[in-house]
Design a protein around this ligand. Structure first.
Ligand SMILES: [Zn+2]
Ligand SMILES: [Zn+2]
Length: 354
């Protein structure tokens, strides 16, 4: 988490859309291209972060040979890639279906409702309940998060939380699964399309594995994802005679929109915005990212105070997840909501601005 772990020239880095590569603008129009370490190598200190200063040139483009070398080092995950590409094609078809073949407000409405339920299960469940235990929830709430979290097709809560705890423990380092230092596209979607350098550390989620509901979801994740992500919406659509429209809207179009919202927390929230609470990592606060992510865009605060159930700490910050969790506590379904002391938060702000 320390500033010393940042790569040396971060402030001048310009990221390009190729996984594993970052380039910096140097004086006089030169560009310095650095290649991310090859999979499997153990890194001992931060000078090893970048394999080498590979290439200096006044050209803005990568030579084809370098591109081919880099791509050859990355092992595509075919299952994830085929699934992601298919889902995107089906989401595009959903728009075509709605605009040309058959439009139904009911199907669109179901898509919006499913987006809200699945979105809150990831932000309020996977993230703020499981990955960071920022509050305690009654079993019906945990079950809700686990069922709609499965529908979100982002792995089981156990795997998601293991990855996410690695992200917080090793932010901006090689072990960070969605390391923003590897470039925008790597942190957004590259880390899903390509095999990870290492498996997530499941020792970090031993506390979660004690919950039988979490274990059940982990064991039956694929079937639960198909059931709640596709079969149930299609079955609901039968009631207004449009199961295909319901499947396309609440299944695939919703899924793709939700994926990119979640991915934005790893990409945009580590690239754009301000750093009022800490400059130790690349995490940033942005109300624009918050709008897209149910409040997760106050990511600088979150990285500094990850035990707090709020991400948008001010009352006016757009953080529907915070309001959702607070609402659950008011009806007795959640308790022990954790807030960092106001003095600690103000001290962090003062340390950064001072
Ligand atoms: Zn987090
Ligand atoms: Zn982060």
């Amino acid at each position: 988490m320390g500033a010393s772990q940042a790569s040396p020239a971060r402030s001048t880095e310009v990221y390009v859309g190729l996984p594993g590569v970052a380039s910096s603008r140097l004086a006089g129009g030169l560009r310095e291209v650095r290649i991310w370490k090859i999979r499997g190598e153990r890194l001992k200190n931060r000078s090893d972060w970048w394999e080498t200063v590979a290439w200096r040139s006044s050209h803005a483009r990568f030579p084809p040979l370098l591109k081919r070398t880099l791509m050859a080092r990355l092992r595509l995950n075919y299952t994830n890639t085929v699934f992601l590409v298919s889902a995107h094609l089906l989401a595009a078809f959903a728009i075509l279906y709605l605009s040309v073949i058959h439009f139904s407000w009911w199907s669109v409405g179901l898509g919006v409702v499913w987006l809200a339920l699945c979105g809150l299960s990831i932000t309020g469940g996977y993230h703020r309940l499981f990955a960071h235990p920022t509050y305690k929830a009654a079993w019906p709430v945990r079950l809700f998060h686990l069922l709609f979290g499965a529908a979100s097709a982002q792995n089981s809560a156990l795997k998601w939380s293991a990855d996410h705890r690695d992200h917080h423990a090793r932010t901006d380092q090689e072990e960070d699964p969605y390391n923003a230092q590897r470039g925008f596209w790597w942190s957004h979607i590259g880390w899903v399309l390509f095999d990870a350098d290492s498996e997530p550390d499941f020792h970090r989620v031993g506390d979660l594995a004690r919950d039988p509901l979490v274990r059940f979801q982990h064991s039956h994740y694929t079937w639960l994802a198909i059931l709640f992500g596709a079969a149930v919406p299609a079955a609901i659509g039968l009631s207004w005679g449009d199961p295909l429209g319901a499947l396309l809207c609440a299944g695939f179009l919703r899924l793709v929109l939700q994926w990119h919202a979640t991915f934005s927390i790893n990409s945009f929230a580590h690239q754009i915005g301000t750093q009022p609470y800490s400059r130790a990592t690349s995490a940033r606060d942005s109300w624009i990212t918050a709008l897209l992510t149910f409040g997760e865009g106050y990511h600088n605060f979150h990285h500094r105070f990850q035990a707090d159930y709020r991400n948008g700490v001010r009352w006016y910050h757009f953080d529907p997840t915070k309001w959702f969790v607070w609402g659950l506590s008011k009806v007795g379904l959640a308790r022990d909501l954790r807030r960092m002391p106001r003095q600690a938060i103000e001290r962090a702000r003062a340390d950064v601005s001072g």
